[in-house]
Design a protein around this ligand. Structure first.
Ligand SMILES: Nc1ncnc2c1ncn2[C@@H]1O[C@H](COP(=O)(O)OP(=O)(O)OP(=O)(O)O)[C@@H](O)[C@H]1O
Length: 667
């Protein structure tokens, strides 16, 4: 306890005096209490003081001890300082000694080096001298050896030549002897051989004579035999010939009789027929004269009916709606599919055909946000719904009327919309029965039959691609070279409401094989431009444009129709944050053009003041083929694979938006 604590205690006491008066107590008892408490406090203070006094004493004794030790410590310190000074002095001395020793060592090393150099030079000189002497000795010894060897060689050579001459002489003698012996033997043999030859020739001659004699006799016998045999065969043949001539003469005579009767009968029939034909001809000439008079009236009637047909056809198309949406479900293996049901128009009150898709119970990855307990149904209505088993032929039957509209001078757009792999290209460009080849075929047929009414059609086609908002010519043979190098511009003529694209290949369409070739060539072009043709075709819009210009010489009428067959880029939603570089650019331009197509259709149906055609190349290019009296059909191609549920839902929603806007406008 400090003095401050004590004063605090007394202050609190004093303050206690000022606290509100307690219950009244007896004064003696109060004084007694105060005294007791004061006593206690005093006792505590005294205890504290004793304790402090004790500590103070301890500290003082410690201080005293330190003070007594101090001189001794100071002495020790001085001693230590002296020792340190001494040590430093000795250290410096040792350092000096060491430096001197170093110097001595260096000079000794230098001397040793000099001595060594001297010794090395002397040794080298001695060595060189010894080498020279040795080499001189060697040279003289080698020269002596060579001289001795040369002398021995000359002697040996001379001896050998002598022996060689002797041998040659002996060989020549032997040779002459053999030659004369040989000639003698040959002569003896020749004489004997000539004698044998003469004998042999004589024998041979005799044998030849005998052989000729025998052959002559045999030939004479053969000749006689042959003559007799030939005579017999000839007689036999003559006999058979005579027999067959008699038989055939009998047969011919019977046939001739028969034919004569028949020909007489035929002549009679022909005469009757001829008379009947002459009568009929006179009748037909009479009818033809009557028919010729009525043909002119009929043709006029036909033309007016044709005009009425065209008007009615167009009214019918308008009634069906200028924007129609068909849904097509791609065939898949049932076990990989989510549930879907379709209802034909007869079952529905709104005249639409419906498709209901049910969300899968087990959500495949990546697929979030669906309740797993209660599968949800989504219902969509379209002008037509084609199931998995539908064929391209059935599809074409439904759209052939739009091809007729194009021939009648209207602009028609047929789109295939859907995610990658959902069957857009299959529907649009299958080489034999896709919409493009079938439409061209139908145009040929109808234009041929329209000739009877005086119509002459020019049918031309262009095939292009919009990739990253760039137009590319798919008909050119050198697509890769022209890609990006050729900038194609879209030009609109407001007065004629026609569109042209600069530097675009245009071909006169003539037959189906040519269209198949165009489709294949376009595919090749796309394959050359991309490492992966599927990727390229999925990421770009392709447009097959058929221009139909018709003129009727009889009525002076002209029509100008256009059929645009569009295979849109895959509509799958790729998050832009997930892709970079080229893929990002592609994704952005696809998203932009598909959403601007939706916006244009919506604005047209709402009859908005401003139609945002310019928002994408696709809508700008189709400006005169979307809206006005033109006709639009959109196929929404869908896949029912489990992992495609999300995309399918998005595609159906987009298509429904297009379809519904149409309905609102009509109401
Ligand atoms: N209705 C169908 N019947 C049979 N096969 C089909 C059908 N629809 C599509 N296919 C097949 O499915 C595959 C993908 O179809 P397709 O290439 O037409 O899809 P896509 O939507 O055009 O794809 P992308 O956007 O990549 O061009 C092809 O092998 C095609 O033959």
């Amino acid at each position: 306890m400090t003095l401050k604590d004590i004063s605090n205690i007394s202050v609190s006491r004093r303050m206690g005096d000022r606290s509100p008066p307690r219950k009244a107590m007896k004064p003696a008892k109060v004084i007694e209490d105060i005294q007791r408490s004061r006593k206690l406090e005093l006792q505590k203070v005294l205890e504290w003081k004793d304790k402090n006094q004790q500590e103070l004493n301890d500290l003082n004794s410690e201080l005293w001890r330190i003070r007594t030790d101090l001189p001794e410590l100071e002495l020790d310190l001085e001693k230590l300082n002296n020792q340190l000074f001494e040590l430093e002095k000795r250290y410096k001395e040792k350092e000096n000694e060491l430096a001197e020793a170093d110097k001595r060592l260096e000079s000794e090393i230098a001397e040793l080096k000099q001595e060594f150099e001297l010794y090395r030079r002397q040794t080298e000189l001695e060595f060189n001298r010894k080498i020279e002497q040795l080499s001189a000795d060697c040279d003289s010894r080698v020269q002596n050896e060579i001289a001795q060897k040369q002398a021995a060689y000359t002697d040996a050579k001379r001896e050998l030549e002598k022996r060689k001459d002797e041998l040659v002489r002996q060989i020549n003698e032997e040779k002459a002897h053999f030659q004369s012996e040989n000639e003698r033997i040959i002569e003896r043999r020749r004489v004997r051989l000539e004698a044998v030859d003469r004998e042999f020739a004589r024998e041979l001659n005799n044998l030849e004579q005998d052989k000729k004699e025998i052959a002559r006799a045999a030939a004479a016998v053969d000749l006689k035999c042959e003559a007799v045999g030939a005579e017999i065969a000839k007689k036999e043949e003559e006999k058979q010939e005579l027999e067959s001539q008699v038989n055939s003469a009998r047969l011919k005579s019977a046939q001739f009789e028969e034919k004569t009767v028949k020909i007489r009968r035929e002549i009679q029939t022909l005469k009757t027929e001829f008379q009947e034909k002459v009568r009929l001809l006179e009748q037909k000439e009479h009818d033809a004269a009557k028919f010729a008079n009525s043909t002119v009236a009929l043709k006029e009637q036909l033309l007016s009916e044709e005009q009425t047909r065209r008007k009615t056809h167009n009214i019918l198309q308008d009634l069906k709606g200028n924007i129609r949406v068909f849904c097509r479900v791609k065939p898949e293996q049932a076990e990989n599919c989510f549930k879907h049901q379709m209802f034909a128009s007869a079952d529905s009150s709104d005249g639409k055909e419906h498709i209901i898709i049910t969300e899968p119970l087990v959500a495949p990855q990546p697929f979030y946000g669906f309740s797993k307990s209660a599968p949800k149904n989504y219902k969509f209505g379209f002008d037509k719904v084609f199931g998995m088993d539908s064929t391209n032929s059935e599809i074409f039957d439904e759209i052939s009327q739009l091809v007729q509209s194009a021939l009648d001078g209207y602009n028609v757009c047929i789109f295939a919309y859907g995610q990658t792999g959902s069957g857009k290209t299959f529907t649009m460009s299958s080489v034999t029965d896709g919409i493009i080849p079938r439409a061209v075929d139908l145009i040929f047929q109808r234009s041929r039959s329209a000739k009877e009414n005086g119509w002459e059609f020019s049918i031309t086609g262009q095939f292009l691609e919009i990739y990253n908002e760039n137009i590319n010519d798919l008909m050119t043979e050198s697509y890769l070279r022209n890609l990006d190098a050729v900038k194609h511009e879209i030009k609109h003529d407001e007065a004629t409401r026609t569109t042209t694209i600069t530097d675009m290949t245009t071909v006169a369409l003539e037959n189906q094989e040519q269209v198949a070739h165009i489709l294949e060539n376009a595919n090749k072009n796309r394959a050359t431009a991309s490492t992966n043709v599927n990727h390229r075709s999925s990421r770009s819009h392709s447009i097959f444009m058929i221009q139909l210009c018709g003129h009727n010489k009889k009525t002076g009428e002209s029509v100008n129709g256009k059929l645009n067959l569009i295979d849109l880029a895959g509509s799958e939603r790729i998050s832009q944050s997930m892709v970079t570089g080229e893929r990002l650019k592609e994704t952005q331009s696809i998203n932009r053009s598909l959403s601007s197509l939706g916006d244009v259709i919506t604005s047209l149906c709402k009859r908005s003041q401003h139609i945002p055609y310019r928002n994408s190349r696709l809508t700008y290019l189709l400006q005169y083929s979307l809206g006005g009296d033109s006709k639009t059909l959109m196929f929404v191609n869908i896949s029912t694979k489990l992992q495609h549920f999300n995309e399918t839902l998005n595609s159906l929603r987009f298509a429904t938006k297009v379809n519904n806007t149409q309905l609102q406008t009509k109401q």
